[in-house]
Design a protein around this ligand. Structure first.
Ligand code: AMP
Ligand code: MG
Length: 419
């Protein structure tokens, strides 16, 4: 038996073997959550023209200079411009133009007086039979400085500026900015396509009754959802029986449409370890100094060198392995780097009545419930790697270092936050 690999050695080996997918141009909404591969420049000033920040009146500064509640400025209303308006009446001395938010600033105007600083045209000059007073005159009660309530051309972003740098993750505001500068498509690293294949002759699909000795396949649902949460386009396939030929055929079938494959089960030292049998020589099967998740397989398959993770079958082992190894690999393939590859971590004090035993020489990941306010973490369920119900109540993994054999209540530990 070879020496066991550490968690860090395995992760390093995995991350050294995968690389970001080739960039593609995607329509904006398809690029949500993706990583930008090149700087996007602002092609034309944003906003593209001076425009009103308020509903109000576009005026000349000198005309309202001495306006007050007591002595309002009386201006004739020379017209109106709505957002999208292209016909712009000029504002001559003694005049105002009614403007709506987003309307281009008419020529001659130097400032916008919000409608709240005026009588809204209601109390203006004399009405005639033909034209009601409110459209002819406006009384302004306060002065406005040059540029007041005007959003100037280029004040958000000047032409030529970097709108978003390469490496930016495209969340809703970033997509909004790309749309604002007129981009309809954007070059990004695509979402990796993941196929999840679980193995086990005992597995029945949820929704079907269980025969003797059968259990429902939970791993493929859990891991497909986890891959989607990591930002991948993930698909699950029906579980395959513990027959190397059947497994091999199912895998070949999926390989062409996958950027990464995840299998579960059949990697330990049992009599029917189908994945190990079928992929011996192509995939490295390792024992890790880790609990849960000791047996792991990883390799690059076929001419396309498609990464394949052969995860253990126990649901907790499979999930912990996914979080620690598959998720960072997927994030790297999706163009993320540095800390963005990993789940956030925190320090927390163990909240427990009794000391927790931990195996010597193995890094243990216990399931926990993290209380950020108190800075504590409580163990959820025991260490058994079949405990899916407890896993579903946990929101953190409690990391117990290799050399620790007992954790006293109150001890400070690192926790991996599952989000
Ligand atoms: P294996 O690694 O194939 O020896 O499986 C280890 C344990 O995990 C066994 O108890 C299996 O029944 C269980 N197991 C394997 N695959 C799944 C799965 N897809 N869903 C739920 N349990 C599984
Ligand atoms: Mg099995």
């Amino acid at each position: 038996m070879t020496d066991a690999w550490s968690v860090d050695q395995h992760l390093d080996a995995v991350l050294a073997s995968v690389r970001p997918l080739d960039p593609i141009d995607l329509p904006l909404l398809d690029a949500a959550g993706c990583v930008l591969v090149e700087d996007v420049l602002v092609p034309a000033p944003l906003p593209p023209f001076d425009n009103s920040a308020m509903d109000g009146y576009a005026v000349r500064v000198a005309d309202v200079e001495s306006a007050s509640e007591e002595f309002p400025a009386h201006l004739t209303v020379a017209g109106e411009v709505a957002a999208g308006g292209a016909e712009l009446p000029t504002v001559f001395p003694g005049q105002a133009v009614r403007v709506m938010t987003g309307a281009p600033l008419p020529p001659g105007a130097q400032a916008v007086v919000p409608v709240e600083w005026t009588d809204g045209g209601a109390g203006g000059g004399p009405a005639t039979a033909m034209t009601p007073a409110r459209e002819q005159w406006v009384r302004v009660f306060r002065p406005a400085a040059e540029g007041a309530h005007v959003r100037t051309r280029g004040s958000d972003a000047p032409a030529g500026a970097v709108a978003l740098p390469a490496g930016a993750v495209l969340g809703p505001p970033q997509l909004g900015l790309l749309a604002a500068v007129g981009r309809s498509t954007v070059p990004v690293t695509p979402r990796p396509r993941v196929v999840v294949l679980s193995t086990g002759s005992e597995l029945a699909p949820p929704g079907e009754p269980l025969g003797p000795g059968q259990i429902h396949d939970s791993n493929s649902y859990m891991l497909t959802a986890a891959a989607r949460q990591a930002g991948a386009d993930a698909y699950r396939t029906a579980a395959v029986a513990d027959e190397p030929e059947t497994f091999r055929a199912a895998l070949e079938d999926q390989l062409s449409r996958a950027d990464l494959v995840v299998t579960t089960g059949g990697v330990s030292v049992g009599a029917h370890d189908v994945v190990k049998e079928a992929l011996r020589g192509e995939v490295d099967f390792r024992r890790l100094a880790m609990q849960p998740g000791k047996p792991q397989g990883f390799g690059l398959l076929g001419a396309a060198r498609t990464p394949l993770f052969a995860l253990p079958g126990n649901p907790v082992s499979a999930y912990v392995s996914f979080e620690l190894f598959v998720r960072p690999a997927l994030r790297l393939m999706a163009g993320h780097a540095g800390g963005a590859l990993h789940r956030p971590r925190a320090l927390a004090c163990l909240a427990s009545d009794a000391p927790l035993p931990s195996p010597a020489g193995k890094r243990q990941y216990l399931r926990g419930s993290f209380s950020p306010g108190e800075g504590t973490v409580s163990p959820v369920g025991g260490s058994g790697s079949h405990l899916v119900a407890a896993l579903a109540r946990a929101d953190a993994l409690i990391e117990v270092p290799e050399h620790v054999t007992e954790v006293a209540p109150g001890s400070e530990l690192t926790v991996v936050l599952l989000g």
